[in-house]
Design a protein around this ligand. Sequence first.
Ligand SMILES: [Zn+2]
Length: 85
Amino acid sequence: MQHLDGNALAGALAEFLSFDVTTAIARCNGCGATDEFARAIVFTSPAGTVVRCPSCDHVLATLVESGDRAWLGFSGVSAIEVRRG
Ligand SMILES: [Zn+2]
C-alpha cells in the first residue's frame, strides 16, 4: 500500500482543528463516557489547564502555555466527535 507523508493531512486537519471545542463530544479513555467538552470539569492554574471527565474525573486534556508557544494534549480522549455544518 502506498503511503503519503503528514502533509497529506493538512486540509482535513485544518478543518477539524478549527471546530468549536465546547460543542465537540469527547470519549473518555477512563470510563468510556461520551459528553460535550462544555460539560467537562476544568482546573486552571499558572502552570496550565487540566480538563477532567465529569463522569469519572479522568484527565481528558491538558493545556500549557508559555510565551509564544502552547502544548495541547488529549491523552485521556479516545475520540472527538465534531458536527459539521
Ligand atoms: Zn470518564
